[in-house]
Ligand binder design. Sequence first.
Ligand code: NAD
Ligand code: AKB
Length: 314
Amino acid sequence: MKRERILVTGALGQLGTVLTSELRKMFGMDSIIASDLRECNGSDILYVQLDVADRAALQKIVDEYAVTQIYHLAAVLSANGEKQPLRTWDVNCNTFLNVLEVAKVNKLKRVFFPSSIAVFGTNVPKMNTPQAIALNPRTVYGISKVAGENWSQYYYDKFGLDVRSIRYPGLIGHQSLPGGGTTDYAVDIYHKAVRQETFNCYLRPDTHLPMMFITDAVRATLELMEAPKDNITIRTSYNLQGVSFSPEEIAESIKVHYPNFQILYSPDHRQEIADSWPKSLNDSDARADWKWAPQYGLQDITMEMISEIEKKKQ
Ligand code: NAD
Ligand code: AKB
């Protein structure tokens, strides 16, 4: 059997940091090539600096390391995306097209594309949002993810490229700080709580959004990517549900550990983005096709986030 060599783009981000480390456990240190736009100093892991907008540079790395799969995480997220719409379109779409073309030309085994709850707009049921429904996003980030999903389907249909994808909810992890999303408050809040500072939330207290602990998200990704090809019935992107909660509910769960914790609310431009997204998703296709089941509820997430951030503080 051919040895897997997996290239991860955007590997220094919130998801990439954890996913790369799990891939290394699964396939071996030398099998995973982490890459990002940014420099990564002082590490002895296999890392290359790569701007995925540069197709020739991507091709060079695929040749040099005999890459067999690409996990393409590089992107600009929703809130930052609204500040620079054209750049966001450019980064999110053109980098993915480079990945798809290089994967096609080099006959790579598999590609992973992270989509998002941002593909949905205000014209769908907010609760238990179905898998197959009109996608009319209100952000450039969402538009770019819908385009990515359609390109995934296209490369699968036309060229047989095995592209797999998940519509992630807001991801919550302690390993790194998030990078410009709308759901990021649900990470920042734990850091403030552990520092015993008041948290100023940019969303209204009752803003329910779908969220997921990073451990669940990484496990889902690896389960999807390792599932038998015949089980994969969705070639755009799978809905995935973890847990749904609001800022006032996360604050209550934190008060169990820090009774004096205080939260204030000053909604800003991110409220409009959050209001355009679902509150929960119907993920029955993921459950049926590759046996997806989340393990972390809000109390579990809060306990783990607080204990891990407290350890780092010591
Ligand atoms: P992040 O912002 O933390 O990391 C993205 C990384 O991509 C950064 O390290 C950045 O330097 C890199 N990057 C940007 N442009 C690049 C380029 N041209 N070439 C190479 N690298 C580049 O994002 P994340 O939270 O780790 O998200 C990873 C992926 O998952 C993204 O595609 C995102 O849309 C998707 N996603 C994330 C969430 C979430 O809640 N974090 C939810 C849904 C989907
Ligand atoms: C964001 O808020 O932009 C991301 C996402 C849900 O895609 N966390």
